[in-house]
Design a protein around this ligand. Structure first.
Ligand SMILES: [Fe+2]
Length: 387
């Protein structure tokens, strides 16, 4: 495989050298940005900006903050990552919030000990990014279980009157993760629905665990926990984002004996027991793909989440709408959406946080209003009837 890659890169590099000499447009056709930027929450008051190019190369983000120009590179230790076409840069949230940024990549065909063949540099348009700016109402668009059907998600999203301030992608956005191109699909959805101009809260679905790239893609988020679990803050909302792993045992035939979610979830549970959410957060929200938090590989997360004051859980996985209080004995609300089942289409949700309440509105891809519900945060009983 290494030799094949080298041969491919040598051919592309030769083409680029020849076309440069002859002033032909191959460079433009061959190396381009194929997925625009998305800004992911990744914990520790940082964002992870990701985009992708048609071929491998470098990645860096430029912006000006407090009068100073910044260039943040996609590095692996001290070395620029050049073997991948998905680029990932971590930037402090205070630098990016309500600021403008641009992503750049330069083609790198061959990188040897003392020489590298490099091609053109491509850049995104400057993107104006909207972080929290003290607004009274916060609109959160929730897209779970797209399962490679972004057109239907777009039809549902078009029904909402309000523009989102934040996008939640709650897992199973693709049905498997066999190679980098599958995560590029996820990036295409993230960019399509966020434009790179609002933060994206992303969690891992069980389907994204299936395939050889499953472990690698999580590294691209560069979280300090090492897994796809973290906390993040948007104004008065504090999110606890969890990775629920798979929906079957490690020993199931599906995984060919090549996974160990038992250990991964045990590590996550250990981390979870150390998390202290901000006392000042008005809304404490858990985002997790599989809503069965009572039993994650033998770990019961219900009491842990209750003790940290979680008041609302956004789940997916079930491909149906559900509004429920006290599910699994958890003393908070749970909302499920997303996906499509045999008898109905894709359902998207807009959550509006305001005045200590959350208003949920759900539309499907046929433009039908599929549910509306208001939650009074941290009350002992639901304020409205689930439809
Ligand atoms: Fe799922």
């Amino acid at each position: 495989m290494y030799e094949l890659n080298m041969a491919f890169n040598a051919i592309i590099s030769a083409l680029i050298v020849i076309q440069s000499a002859l002033c032909l447009p191959f460079n433009t056709l061959l190396f381009r940005i194929d997925n625009g930027a998305s800004v992911f929450e990744s914990g520790d008051d940082m964002y992870t900006v990701m985009w992708s190019t048609s071929l491998p190369g470098t990645g860096y983000v430029t912006y000006t903050y407090e009068g100073e120009e910044h260039t943040v590179k996609d590095l692996h230790n001290a070395s620029l990552r050049t073997q991948e076409s998905i680029h990932s840069v971590r930037i402090p949230k205070e630098h990016l919030d309500n600021n403008t940024y641009t992503c750049h990549s330069q083609y790198v065909g061959t990188r040897r000990a003392y020489v590298a063949i490099k091609g053109r540099t491509v850049s995104t348009k400057p993107v104006k990014f909207r972080g929290y700016s003290g607004q009274d109402k916060i609109n959160v668009l929730v897209l779970s279980d797209i399962h490679e059907n972004p057109g239907n998600a777009a039809k549902a999203v078009a029904c909402f009157e309000n523009e989102p301030d934040l996008l939640v992608m709650n897992g199973d956005e693709v049905s498997f993760m066999t190679a980098a191109y599958k995560f590029k699909q996820v990036l295409s959805y993230a960019h399509r629905f966020s434009g790179g101009s609002i933060p994206v809260v992303y969690t891992n679905g069980n389907h994204e665990n299936r395939g050889e790239f499953a472990g690698d893609y999580i590294d691209l988020f560069k979280t300090t926990t090492g897994g796809l679990y973290y906390t993040c803050r948007y104004g008065p909302i504090e999110f606890l984002c969890l990775d629920s792993g798979e929906d079957k045992k490690d020993s199931d035939w599906t995984y060919s004996g090549l996974v160990d979610y038992t250990s991964y979830i045990a590590d996550e549970t250990e981390w979870l027991q150390t998390v202290e959410l901000d006392e000042d957060a008005q809304y404490k929200v858990c985002v997790v793909h599989i809503p069965n938090i009572k039993n994650r590989y033998g770990n019961n997360w219900v009491d842990i989440l209750a003790d940290m004051g979680i008041g609302f859980l956004i789940g997916g996985h079930k491909h149906r709408i559900n509004f429920e209080y006290n599910q699994n004995g958890a003393p908070f609300y749970q909302m499920l959406d997303g996906g499509k089942s045999r008898d109905n289409g894709y359902v998207a949700t807009m959550l509006t946080f305001a005045d200590g309440q959350i208003n949920a509105v759900c539309y499907d891809n046929e433009k039908n209003l599929r549910g509306e519900h208001t939650y009074s945060f941290n009350e002992e009983s639901p304020s409205g009837e689930a439809p």
